[in-house]
Design a binder for this molecule. Structure first.
Ligand code: ADP
Ligand code: ASP
Ligand code: MG
Length: 464
């Protein structure tokens, strides 16, 4: 079997959904499980409605929801010819929107918005888009069955960023999905959403549909996990920053994991891990140009001598500097620092140390005040906000001399706040002021990817 995940822009309107149907139909013999995102912008609208309600503006929140319902109705009407089917679908959507309005009503009264309520609201986007796709396929005579992902994507209780419970998912996914696939029926399910042990809706965090796809792929031992999106594959950089970005034909799991972790939005940061465990290739494809072969992400791509493959970047980073002369030559300094971050469940991305000082980067600052307070009991602490990380990635960086020199030369006019070579030596991460991120990516891209590219590895965007 294979998993085919389609992102929001792949299901933004009736025409795109019809293209998705064609793409899935072509793969029917490979027994696909289709994992769908909400239609483009729907999750943002749902979250905005919830926040608007919290601010006490219930009328505006309800208007946002009504507009969203209208958008779904337009998609259905343009996609499905059979009037009765459309009417039935609209009727089945009405209670969902009633529930959304009730949730917003409660939020407006209490003025309080919990992550649990956010998940209940945000999950609706995927539930609706997947029902539309399934009805459209069935009305075109394709054997497809809609399955609620919450029945088999079991998670812990961390609403808004739930962690999957792999053992339970493996058992349940096999139990629920395998018989359907064996009967040659296509499974249509949702990305992003799951449920906890009590059956309450959770989500895997923004962009989590990619993760859902790889979790399902690993649970069912898929032969391939396809991530269909709006670009040709994994590119040498975010094309919105470097418009001449090229497509990479093939990269390793390790390269993809680093890129995703350091901000390449094309893949959710956790996507690669379930695939690595089962050694399942992940293929990133463009639903607007399905003839393109995309980027294959595999455990061992053919060896090349290309040191740098891609540049990722992440904004909204905070640097925490911790300094203590008392700690000079003392052991346990790092442990005491990390235990504070640990205690406040704040993950640290980059670390750089000297004899008496440690600099760390975090992107979640919700507990920063408490962290500073506690660190200040044994060290001097200073904080640098509005920073960004540039991450330069390539498997061969570790065996190629002079790459760092080229990176620093390309960034010679930019003040570097922190430099860190990843322990795996396949990436170098540099912290700079957020306002200089675009310029830095452009400079690096120009140096590494705008001349003499090996066509076995790189392909201009728009090619076959
Ligand atoms: P989807 O809705 O299909 O999940 P996303 O918007 O989450 O799509 O991810 C695709 C986007 O990721 C692209 O449109 C592109 O702008 C951005 N992106 C950032 N870095 C990269 C990269 N290295 N390669 C490809 N796309 C990237
Ligand atoms: N719809 C969700 C989001 O916008 C999940 C996804 O698209 O991956 O974050
Ligand atoms: Mg995405």
């Amino acid at each position: 079997m294979i998993v085919m995940k389609f992102g929001g822009t792949s299901v933004e309107d009736a025409k795109s959904i019809q293209t998705v149907i064609k793409i899935v139909q072509k793969e029917q013999s490979r027994r696909p499980v289709v994992v769908l995102s909400a239609i483009a912008g729907a999750t943002n609208t749902l979250l905005k409605a919830a926040r608007t309600a919290q601010e006490g503006n219930l009328n505006e929140a309800v208007k946002l929801l009504n507009d969203l319902l209208d958008r779904h109705v337009t998609v259905m009407e343009n996609l499905i010819d059979n009037r009765a089917t459309v009417q039935r679908l609209i009727a089945s959507f009405k209670p969902h929107f009633e529930e959304l309005r009730n949730l917003c009503h409660g939020i407006a009264i209490l003025g309080e918005l919990t992550n649990r309520s956010l998940d209940a609201i945000a999950s609706m986007g995927e539930l609706l888009s997947s029902q539309i796709l399934c009805e459209a396929m069935c009305s075109q005579g394709i054997s497809a069955k809609w399955i609620d992902a919450r029945t088999f994507i079991k998670t812990d209780d961390q609403f808004a960023c739930a962690a999957p419970l792999f053992d339970e998912i493996n058992t349940k996914a096999k139990e629920i999905l395998s018989p359907i696939l064996e009967s040659k029926t296509i499974v249509i399910t949702q990305g992003f959403i799951g449920s906890n042990s009590k059956g309450i809706t959770t989500t895997l965090g923004r962009g989590g549909s990619d993760y859902s796809a790889s979790i399902i792929g690993a649970a069912l031992d898929a032969e391939e996990i396809q991530i269909w999106t709006d670009v040709d594959g994994v590119l040498t950089s975010d094309p919105r920053i470097a418009p001449t970005a090229q497509k990479l034909r093939i990269i390793s799991f390790r390269e993809a994991a680093e890129l995703a972790y350091f901000g390449a939005k094309v893949l959710h940061p956790s996507t690669i891990f379930p695939a690595v465990k089962k050694d399942i290739p992940v293929v990133v494809l463009n639903s607007k140009r399905p003839e393109n072969k995309g980027t294959r992400i595999v455990s061992r791509p053919p060896k090349t001598n290309i040191p740098v493959k891609s540049i990722a970047c992440k904004r909204g980073i905070t640097v925490v500097n911790v300094q203590s002369l008392r700690m000079l030559m003392a052991y346990g300094f790092l442990e005491s620092i990390f235990s504070v971050f640990n205690k406040y469940e704040t993950s640290v991305d980059l670390v750089s140390t000297s004899e008496v000082a440690v600099s760390l980067t975090i992107d979640n600052t919700s507990k920063l005040d408490k962290i500073i307070e506690e660190l200040s009991t044994f060290a001097e602490v200073s904080v640098l906000e509005k920073q960004g990380i540039i991450c330069i990635v390539g498997d061969q960086m570790r065996s190629t001399a002079g790459v760092a020199n080229q990176i620093f030369h390309a960034l010679r006019e930019i003040n570097l706040v922190m430099i860190s070579q990843g322990a795996s030596e396949i990436n170098m991460s540099i912290v700079i002021d957020e306002s200089q991120i675009d310029q830095a990516v452009k400079n690096l891209h120009k140096h590494f990817f705008e001349t003499d590219l090996d066509s076995n590895m790189f392909e201009p965007v728009g090619g076959k």
